[in-house]
Design a protein around this ligand. Structure first.
Ligand SMILES: O=c1ccn([C@@H]2O[C@H](COP(=O)(O)OP(=O)(O)O)[C@@H](O)[C@H]2O)c(=O)[nH]1
Ligand SMILES: O=C(O)[C@@H](COP(=O)(O)O)O[C@H]1O[C@H](CO)[C@@H](O)[C@H](O)[C@H]1O
Length: 213
């Protein structure tokens, strides 16, 4: 059973080294693919130095398209998705996400931050279904036709698809894990504007009709 980690990354040169290294060293992960989504910083260069596979998209296509590009590149049976801006990722977090799917207890897991930083914990308490940390059986991903056009709606699209098609899901707690918030990356005003844009992309992908093809 092959396991590939796919890490979509848009201008994440500050955090990609640590995230990619920890995943690359994990005993259960066979392959790591970082998809630099049209980054204009050194994300692709830094990831290449870690020794993982890098897809360097020439332009920014959005998170959903970056995830899909990674999935299409791999022959994996199980895909582990992780965001590139995680703070405090540990091997135990990866175990928690992967083991229930490897053991066949469920077809997919989603990881929820807890006991980390107040604002990122709160965001995931309010909207746990938006988390970017997941392990997913490959066949589920192959059945969702429009992941690549969803941009930040990708998590909503996945969540809806899983719900409508009664796919077994386990929420796992990821203690002391957090991520860099938009406002921290871009400053308050720009960060908040991109947050509003993200919520719009999330809402656009709310649909109750994501049936198996
Ligand atoms: O157009 C984009 C936007 C985001 N991301 C990546 O998707 C993940 C989740 O993004 P986040 O919620 O952190 O949003 P951001 O702070 O990048 O706006 C991170 O690894 C981003 O680098 C991406 O690949 N393409
Ligand atoms: O936590 C959230 O409110 C958003 C935005 O996170 P930031 O604090 O702006 O990095 O991030 C989550 O939702 C996004 C859209 O579904 C996902 O792409 C992220 O992976 C997830 O962490």
């Amino acid at each position: 059973m092959k396991i590939t980690a796919v890490i979509p990354a848009y201008n994440e040169e500050k955090t990609i080294k640590e995230v990619a290294s920890i995943v690359n060293e994990h005993r259960l992960v066979d392959e790591v693919i970082v998809v630099s989504d049209g980054s204009t910083d050194n994300t692709a260069k830094v990831a290449t130095k870690v020794g993982v596979k890098v897809i360097d998209l020439p332009t920014n296509k959005g998170k959903g398209a970056a995830m899909k590009a990674g999935v299409e590149e791999s022959q994996a049976d199980i895909v582990l998705f992780l965001d590139a801006d995680l703070l405090g990722l540990k091997k135990e977090h990866i175990d928690r996400l992967l083991i229930p799917v490897i053991n066949g207890d469920v077809e997919t897991t989603i990881g929820i931050f807890a006991e980390g930083r107040m604002f990122t914990d709160l965001a995931q308490k309010i909207a746990p279904f938006l988390s970017g940390q997941r392990a997913v059986r490959r066949r589920i991903l192959d059945n969702i036709p429009d992941l690549d056009v969803t941009r930040f709606g990708v998590e909503m699209a996945l969540t809806q698809y899983i719900k409508v098609n009664n796919i077994s899901l386990k929420e796992v707690v990821l203690e002391d894990l957090s991520h860099v918030m938009k406002e921290e990356k871009r400053g308050f005003v720009k960060g908040f504007m991109s947050r509003l844009k993200m919520y719009w992309e999330v809402l656009k992908n709310f649909s109750s009709t994501r049936k198996v093809r």
